[in-house]
Design a protein around this ligand. Structure first.
Ligand code: SF4
Length: 306
């Protein structure tokens, strides 16, 4: 039997799943590491959601992976704890060691390198009386991991208004969470230069991951090509929210869906002849394919009704 997608394509629907959307290298690697350990029979527990996508977490749960939140009193004896792509502060490694729990470290190599750069910069700043600033979201796992490299001393700045948290007399080294936008980083840099008593005292490391940064211009182009765009992302994905806005800025018929059940017939009209499907760095390929199939089904019924 033909799938709805095959049927819709024959009837003239233009549907494209963005080949550059979906898991970034770091998330894809972490999921593969988890799958390998589960296949080998490990009792695997992810420290926090392995990816900001409930559907993918559910899939891995069915293969036996548990998820616990930081600070929970879950019994980890005899289990293997997975540190996800976002990375962890040194305190998490120490905690697992103290409990004698085996750790599988799936921290993205790009994040690991950034953690080391932040640590080295902090050691230098300590000697020279400087300060470390991190452009990121307070409470985000990657940011917690970065601040942990500085024994909690780095200042987290979420927006240009946060510059007042800095000391205007100190030399400042600014890093960015890997998933922030270049525009946001530039706005913060401008604000810090105005705030410091000596603008030249600021050194900026543009540590936005190319896997995310390059998606912005690509998605702007992609979303502008279609009558309608479905952006597939988890409810908790901050990267998803940013990239969704990028698509909506160029195509106001862009809708955020977390699962195929979110596709609404009311979004379509008889003039909807093309659809682009794209997603966040945490969106699995199989989920975008499910959404494509469901959209095709809805598109065929809409066509038959009119
Ligand atoms: S966005 Fe980049 S740094 Fe972050 S997990 Fe993915 S590949 Fe690694």
């Amino acid at each position: 039997m033909n799938s709805f997608l095959e049927e819709a394509l024959k009837l003239g629907l233009v549907l494209e799943i963005d080949s550059k959307s979906g898991f970034c290298f770091g998330v894809s690697r972490a999921v593969k590491i988890a799958e390998t350990h589960l296949q080998e029979g490990a009792k695997l527990v992810s420290m926090g959601d392995i990816v900001h996508n409930d559907q993918e977490i559910q899939r891995l749960r069915q293969s036996g992976m548990e998820t616990v939140v930081h600070g929970s009193d879950a019994d980890l004896k005899g289990k293997t704890v997975l540190f996800r792509a976002h990375g962890e502060p040194p305190a998490s490694y120490a905690e697992m060691k103290a409990m004698n729990v085996e750790v599988v470290d799936a921290t993205c190599p790009v994040v690991l390198k950034l953690q080391e750069r932040v640590r080295q910069a902090w050691l230098t700043a300590k000697k020279e009386g400087g300060q470390i600033a991190i452009y990121g979201k307070r409470g985000h796992a990657e940011v917690i991991g970065l601040v942990g490299q500085t024994e909690g001393e780095a200042m987290v700045l979420e927006s240009p208004d946060d510059v007042t948290l800095l000391d205007p007399d100190k030399k400042t080294i600014l890093f960015s969470q890997t998933t922030k936008s270049y525009e946001g980083l530039q706005a913060l840099e401008n604000s810090i230069r105005l705030f410091l008593n000596h603008a030249e005292d600021l050194k900026v490391h543009r540590t936005i991951c190319a896997q995310v940064g390059n998606r912005v211009p690509h998605l702007s182009l992609f979303a502008s090509k279609f009558d309608l765009v479905l952006f597939v992302g988890g409810a908790k994905s901050s990267n998803g929210k940013v990239l969704f806005e990028v698509c909506r800025n160029v195509n106001n018929r862009t809708y955020y869906v977390s699962s195929m059940n979110d596709v609404q017939p009311g979004w379509l009209d008889t003039k909807t002849l093309s659809v682009g499907i794209c997603g966040a760095t945490s969106t699995p390929q199989w989920l975008m394919e499910q959404v494509a199939e469901r959209f095709s089904e809805v598109w065929i019924s809409c066509r038959e009704r009119n």
